[in-house]
Design a protein around this ligand. Structure first.
Ligand code: HEM
Length: 284
């Protein structure tokens, strides 16, 4: 900054110094492919609120993309026994989840009447068919082979989801670290059928009890466990806000994806990803 500008960051002529010739260098819009990004915004009706509806779905998918990327990186590191770097990735996941949850505040400004103006246009489309959401759930350990079915017509989506369903989740990998810390676990935990939902096991609870009773001794496991709790806590918040938004928008009508709607989403709220990490608190 020059003295002529008096050290003020908002000096009147500062914008005139900005680069303006992009015939030979990459501009903001070209780097970020903004035209491509915005071209995905294609309302099917003239309804004012369809713009909002599409925008909130799009930003949620962008955050999901980041969450999936961070979870995959954390999973790869945990698989090789690294426990510190994944904490940074999970912290970022937690922040991105908060952004997704905040998005409901914007969507909540849409009333049921606003929604009905464009509801019929998108037929059977539903977030139930979100590949990135399912990838996030599979990485976190919410396993259910039936959830792959909506992707059978898209091998490019089905393949990676199928692989993730059969690979260890972030919790499976965390549990595999315990024996190396002198906390043995039985084969039915360490060699379980990964495509099925994880079920709680008393030996896992006992191991986490040891960790939570002596955090200094098992600091890396303790920190990782608390970060997983942060992730599940935020996941629940997103789910709860989704359910509430759904109830205030469509009441108890069935969902566009074919489920019972609010009833289905309420049951999903009962899912527990890391059961022993919640249970351990009761036993301390
Ligand atoms: C007013 C707006 C919305 C309504 C009325 C709505 C409604 C529903 C309903 C009823 C379901 C159950 C499945 C079905 O369709 O039968 C569902 C699932 C889902 N929705 Fe939404 N939704 C809305 C907004 C959003 C937004 C903004 C996202 C962001 C990506 C989203 C993501 C999802 C996901 C991921 C599922 C699957 C949940 C699971 O299987 O546990 N929804 N939605």
């Amino acid at each position: 900054m020059s003295q002529a500008e008096g050290g003020r960051p908002d000096a009147p002529d500062s914008a005139s110094r900005a680069y303006t010739d992009f015939t030979r260098s990459l501009s903001y819009g070209e780097y970020l492919k903004i035209d491509t990004l915005l071209s995905a915004h294609q309302p099917l009706t003239q309804a004012h609120d369809e713009h909002l509806f599409i925008s909130v779905h799009h930003v949620s998918e962008v955050w999901l993309g980041l969450i999936v990327q961070e979870l995959k990186a954390a999973v790869a590191l945990l698989a090789s026994g690294v426990t510190d770097t994944p904490l940074k990735m999970l912290s970022r996941v937690v922040r991105a989840q908060e952004q997704m949850t905040n998005a409901w505040e914007v969507l909540k400004t849409m009333t049921p009447a606003d929604y009905l103006q464009f509801r019929d246009s998108f037929g059977q489309a539903s977030g139930f068919q979100s590949a990135q959401y399912r990838m996030m759930e599979f990485l976190l350990g919410n396993r259910n082979p039936a959830l792959l079915r909506p992707f059978e017509h898209r091998p490019d989506l089905h393949g990676p989801l199928h692989a993730a369903l059969h690979a260890p989740s972030i919790y499976d990998l965390t549990l595999r670290l315990l024996p190396g810390h002198g906390l043995p676990l039985p084969p039915e935990v360490l060699e379980r059928d990964l495509s099925q939902p994880y079920t709680r096991h008393p030996a896992v609870l006992a191991a986490w009890l040891s960790v939570y009773r002596d955090p200094q001794r098992y600091w890396d496991l303790y920190e990782l466990a608390e970060k997983l709790i942060d992730v599940e806590d935020n996941f629940r918040r997103w789910r709860f806000n989704h359910l509430t938004t759904v109830e205030r928008t469509i009441g108890f009508k069935s969902g566009s994806g074919g489920t019972s709607g609010a009833g289905y989403l309420r049951r999903a709220l009962e899912t527990v990803l890391f059961p022993e990490l919640w249970e351990v608190r009761t036993n301390l």
